[in-house]
Ligand binder design. Structure first.
Ligand code: AMP
Ligand code: GLY
Length: 442
């Protein structure tokens, strides 16, 4: 039989830590020759066999032309914005294979009210809610329901559209502030308590398979306090999710959602990311759906993936996912610690020199770059979440120790990171071993 050639070219859309991790993992595949990132960042610029093209994520014509002229076999879309603007629909017109849902499917993230209606139709458990387009009606609902209550803007708001209000005053102020920003459709939602888990499932629209469950630390401060961020660190697998719980998540949440999308005639080939709340009693509720890989969750998941990533993503696009299952995983745990610019998630400065990454890498960490760029000879900060330092270990404890050995090597002015990433997973051992995991993935 003729040996397959290392000739696959993949184009990755986006410029964050997620896209650096995707490019890094794709390049480990036996068949991937080259990755092109549009626009990429300092990290993707530094990867061997990877180069950046300065095209904005919504420059669909430019991306299509690059994919066609470079003979790209697959386009992988990282962020939600181009998906919600219809990048998949656009590229499909040129017969370009694209991993990521069409505009219709991306509504699952772009519109909270659309997602809630879909959940109701799929009979997926989620918090009680109501949608409002009138301030006075929203306020009287808040008065009737009381606090705590959750207010969600019905639009993509880069992580800033959700306010968990603990008092009535805060809730009224949140509604006022959204209206002032022109966000005049809101979902008001019952406050749920429990532990959050991110379950990312890959789907070809027919079959699906869940990746290892991950936990993201969304708050800026240690002990999960303070402002919400894009994510300050993550770990996988989440020990809270036992094989039995994963089976329930697949059956009660992912399967009916994929089936409902299909029934609605939506061609969904990509990631279905379920943000879940798991109560002390083991009740499952969906907090949100996203239409893409989580950042930084995927940085903590990919190092454990054994199945070549390009094959997995292509199988989703070609609707052959069933042929590749079950996914193979390495044993162990993985932790990713985000090093942010001082001031994030508020205002922060850019352009600070980043030093000693190679020291961290010598100690065994992989450093995924989020907000960086190369300026002359220097690597400098260029965003809020600058780096995602990542390490694996046999147990969570070892992964945590390894990741902080790496973090402590690195320097840039004003850097901030949480010292407690992974602590929730520390005193529990994952029971999601490879063998039992295999049985539970569809
Ligand atoms: P979302 O963008 O919908 O995931 O919301 C961002 C964060 O707000 C979530 O990760 C939760 O921490 C919190 N959150 C969202 N909805 C609820 C809810 N119904 N109850 C409690 N916390 C919530
Ligand atoms: N880490 C949360 C997200 O990607 O939405």
């Amino acid at each position: 039989m003729a040996k397959k050639e290392k000739a696959v070219k993949v184009l990755v859309v986006g410029n964050g830590g997620r896209e650096h991790a995707l490019a890094w993992k794709l390049l480990q595949s036996p068949y991937v020759e080259q990755v092109i990132c549009t626009p990429g960042n300092g990290g993707t610029a530094m990867l061997a066999n990877c180069y950046n093209l300065p095209l904005a994520v919504d420059d669909f014509a430019g991306i299509a032309q690059a994919a066609l002229s470079q003979g790209v076999s697959l386009v992988v879309v990282g962020p939600e914005v181009p998906l919600s603007l219809g990048i998949a629909d656009y590229l499909q017109q040129y017969n370009i294979k694209v991993f990521g849902p069409t505009r219709a499917g991306a509504q699952i993230e772009a519109s909270k009210s659309w997602a809630k209606a879909l959940m109701a139709e799929a009979r997926v458990p989620t918090a009680k809610y109501q949608t409002f387009t009138d301030v006075a009606a929203a306020k009287s609902y808040i008065a009737a329901e009381g606090a705590p209550i959750v207010i969600k803007a019905d639009a993509l708001a880069a992580g800033k559209g959700v306010i968990v209000a603990s008092t009535l005053e805060e809730a009224y102020a949140a509604v006022e502030s959204l209206w002032q920003q022109g966000l005049t459709t809101v979902v008001l939602e019952e406050f749920l308590e429990g532990e959050e888990v991110s379950l990312l499932a890959l789907t070809d629209g027919m079959n699906f398979c869940s990746l290892l469950p991950a936990v993201d630390h969304k708050r800026i401060g240690e002990g999960d306090r303070g402002l919400n961020t894009g994510g300050m660190g993550a770990y996988a697998p989440a020990p809270l999710v036992t094989p039995e719980l994963l089976t329930r998540i697949n059956k009660e949440i992912i399967e009916p959602t994929v089936a409902t999308l299909r029934r609605r005639g939506i061609d969904y080939r990509g990631v279905l990311y379920a943000g879940l709340m798991i109560s002390r009693e083991g009740n499952l509720q969906v907090l949100e759906y996203n239409c893409r890989f989580g950042d930084p969750e995927i940085q903590a998941i990919l190092p454990l993936l054994k199945t070549p990533l390009d094959e997995l993503l292509l199988a989703c696009v070609e609707q052959k996912l069933g042929d590749l299952l079950p996914i193979q995983w390495h044993r162990g745990s993985c932790v990713c610690v985000v090093m942010a610019a001082g001031g994030y998630p508020g205002a922060y400065v850019k352009g600070k020199e980043i030093k000693y990454l190679e020291k961290a890498e010598k100690l065994g960490s992989v450093v995924f770059q989020g907000g960086t760029k190369i300026e002359g000879e220097e690597l400098v900060t260029d965003g809020g979440r600058v780096l995602g330092v990542t390490a694996v270990g046999e147990e969570m404890k070892e992964a945590i120790a390894a990741v902080y050995r790496g973090v402590e090597c690195i320097e840039f002015e004003g850097m901030y990171y949480r010292r407690d990433i992974g602590y929730r997973g520390l005193n529990r051992t994952s029971t999601l071993h490879q063998s039992s995991y295999k049985e539970t993935s569809l």
